[in-house]
Design a binder for this molecule. Structure first.
Ligand SMILES: C[S@@+](CC[C@H](N)C(=O)[O-])C[C@H]1O[C@@H](n2cnc3c(N)ncnc32)[C@H](O)[C@@H]1O
Length: 257
């Protein structure tokens, strides 16, 4: 696992500056159009809560969490991401940004957080079970985890869309039920390949249960009527209306490990 962690860390260091371009201060269009409303609904009122932004990247979400009154710690495996997050942090917001691995959380105290949020992170961690166990450890009793991650049934990097039609095909070169480290070609303005880890939905579900969580909510985000005007073009709107990019789980810690 150590070598894979290292490979993943190097990869995210390599793309950190481009990731900052991708998400900026508000997240990319998929988040704005589709998953953010579900994320904020599942998070609820954060005022005064102690929140861990696990896999915080460049820290834009940490800043939004802090603006809603949460006391925020952001951790990320990539030093470059944390460097950018620290540079971007507002002087008026005191957010702790730390280099740490989700599957270890060595710098984070046990039974400390009210909420753990992981926004588009779980498909990127090499060790899912270790990550969920660590989330359990750092949460207080009955603490919540809100987990947004790429939908394992609709891998965006393997989608071929038809022009002017809702038709799309996904290329699978391996079994959906196999857990697999994947490498996708560069997309958008990125010039690096992307490393991620495929697991079936039921594998995620089992990891959540076996790490002491109960699943209390689940959604496959799609565009809501009041956000339609934010879609940059017809293609994006069509995609947001017809297929989920992501899944969102809300979990509650029901036992210590
Ligand atoms: C798709 S990015 C999302 C970043 C951020 N949450 C956002 O919404 O912009 C995935 C992030 O997870 C981080 N990451 C991947 N594996 C990790 C691990 N094992 N521990 C901590 N962070 C990890 C990467 O460095 C990267 O910043």
């Amino acid at each position: 696992m150590k070598n894979i962690d290292e490979e993943v860390r190097k990869f995210w260091n390599r793309v950190a500056a481009d990731w900052e371009i991708q998400v900026g201060d508000d997240g990319d269009s998929n988040r704005i159009l589709n998953s953010d409303p579900v994320l904020w609904e599942f998070l609820g009122n954060l005022n005064g809560l102690v929140v861990l932004d696990a896999g915080c990247g460049t820290g834009y979400l940490s800043r939004k969490l802090a603006a809603k009154g949460a006391v925020v710690t952001g951790i990320d495996l990539s030093e470059k991401m944390i460097e950018i997050a620290r540079t971007n942090a507002k002087t008026t917001q005191k957010i702790d940004f730390l280099v740490d691995s989700c599957s270890k959380l060595e710098k984070v105290t046990s039974n400390y957080f009210d909420v753990v949020v992981a926004n588009y992170v779980l498909m990127d961690v090499p060790d899912l079970q270790g990550t969920m166990n660590a989330f359990n450890r750092v949460l207080k009793d009955n603490g919540k985890a809100v987990l947004v991650f790429s939908h394992p049934c609709f891998p965006q990097g393997r989608a071929t869309e038809m022009e002017d039609s809702i038709e799309v095909s996904y290329t699978w070169s391996f079994s959906y039920f196999e857990q697999k480290q994947c490498v996708d070609p560069p997309w958008g303005h990125f010039n690096s390949e992307f490393i991620w880890f495929h697991r079936s939905l039921s594998d995620y579900w089992k990891a959540f249960k076996s790490s002491g969580f109960e699943i209390i909510d689940f959604e496959e985000p799609r565009i809501a009527e009041e956000r339609v005007h934010l879609a940059e073009n017809e293609r994006k709107l069509r995609k947001s209306k017809t297929r989920p990019y992501s899944v969102v789980f809300k979990l509650q810690k029901i036992r210590n490990l």
